[in-house]
Design a protein around this ligand. Structure first.
Ligand SMILES: [Mn+2]
Length: 359
């Protein structure tokens, strides 16, 4: 059972001692960006912001020393980190931090040095955007402006993760009215555009976040005429073109795993994996991209048949190095970013031949 009101109240308690302008760290996908935008707009209404919103994107971790050094220089008084997972250890030592997330956590029960608000154990699992919206709702009962104008932002996360049908099934109370007001097509289009700019090589989700912070409806993103909206459309066209090559390559098979390899500067491996699950219903489909980051293979696993892909991968994990991220995310949508040597050991262990290896 998903209890959004309890999460909203927990967040209100967590930020009760916060000073003005906490920094917000958010993931660069549709859910993370919409959560970041809701937190930015809601904290503003609560008289606490807006602080800086730092998008934590491709190949970055909220717990990396690089990001910590960057944050130390900016000296935020407090931190809200959303949609970037839950790990042990402080994001920024000495700085009060709330982690709002729905991924399967890497540390249990509570991360030291932070307050964790997570929906990962609930059914249906609330997205980060829904958890952020729960905070906006909790504020409104305390007498601030109502958050009805932010509800469409809350819908971006579930539509991004589950599609409009899945989202409606899991969260009918929110999605029902939203789809009547804005149409499923407008929400789907907005999600697809918001997800686009992080994928190209020269990408970065900043234009998408700027739009989410000022837009009043999905149509502002879909039919927007300003440079940011144009950038989203250009990025989506570039991604579409990059998907042509892996579409024409036959998958490799080993046991229960089907593998589609690509070498693209665009972050397309999740789309590649997802697109094959319709045809490969029994397999775990892995889309792997060796063209994103020198020395690394980024991969995504999706499956219509296996409900817990994190467990599936962990049972088949190769020895991991400190730079390897493996089997993070959601049970139904996971993957990793591993060094080439780790990748080659992983696919050899799965039973793939030399054609799966990355030189
Ligand atoms: Mn995310």
């Amino acid at each position: 059972m998903t209890d959004l009101a309890a999460h909203g109240a927990a967040f209100v308690r967590a930020v009760a001692g916060f000073g003005p302008e906490p920094a917000i760290l958010c993931h660069d996908d549709a859910d993370g960006l919409s959560a970041g935008a809701i937190f930015g707009r809601a904290l503003d209404r609560a008289g606490l912001g807006p602080g800086e919103i730092r998008i934590v994107g491709r190949g970055e971790s909220a717990w990396s020393s690089t990001l910590r050094d960057e944050l130390v220089a900016r000296r935020p008084g407090d931190l809200v980190v959303t949609d970037r997972g839950v790990q042990a250890g402080a994001v920024l030592p000495g700085v009060p931090t709330v982690l709002v997330d729905h991924h399967v956590p890497h540390s249990r029960p509570e991360p030291a040095g932070a307050i964790g608000i997570s929906g990962h154990a609930e059914e249906p699992v609330p997205t980060s955007s829904l958890l952020a919206f729960a905070y906006a709702m909790a504020l409104s009962t305390a007498g601030s402006d109502g958050p009805a104008d932010l509800a469409w932002l809350a819908g971006i996360g579930p539509v991004g993760g589950l599609g409009d049908r899945g989202a409606s099934k899991d969260f009918p109370g929110l999605l029902g009215p939203l789809l009547e007001t804005h149409t499923a097509k407008a929400l789907r289009e907005a999600v697809s555009l918001v997800n686009a700019p992080r994928r190209p090589a020269s990408g970065g989700a900043r234009p998408a976040l700027r739009l989410l912070l000022k837009a009043t409806a999905p149509v502002d993103i879909v039919e927007g005429t300003d440079p940011d909206a144009a950038r989203l459309r250009d990025a989506r066209a570039e991604v579409k073109a990059a998907l042509d090559a892996p579409r024409s390559v036959p998958p490799l098979f080993a046991g229960p795993v089907a593998l589609i390899r690509c070498d693209s500067p665009c972050q397309i491996h999740p789309l590649v994996a997802q697109s094959w699950t319709g045809r490969l219903r029994r397999q775990v489909v892995v889309g792997a991209n060796a063209g994103l980051r020198p020395g690394f293979v980024h991969f995504a696993a999706r499956s219509a048949a296996v409900p817990d892909l994190i467990a599936f991968l962990q049972e088949r994990a190769p020895p991991l190095g400190p730079d390897d991220q493996f089997a993070q995310g959601h049970r139904r949508a996971t993957g990793g970013q591993v060094r080439v040597q780790t990748w080659n050991r992983f696919v050899a262990g799965l039973g793939f031949g030399p054609e799966a290896q990355v030189p």
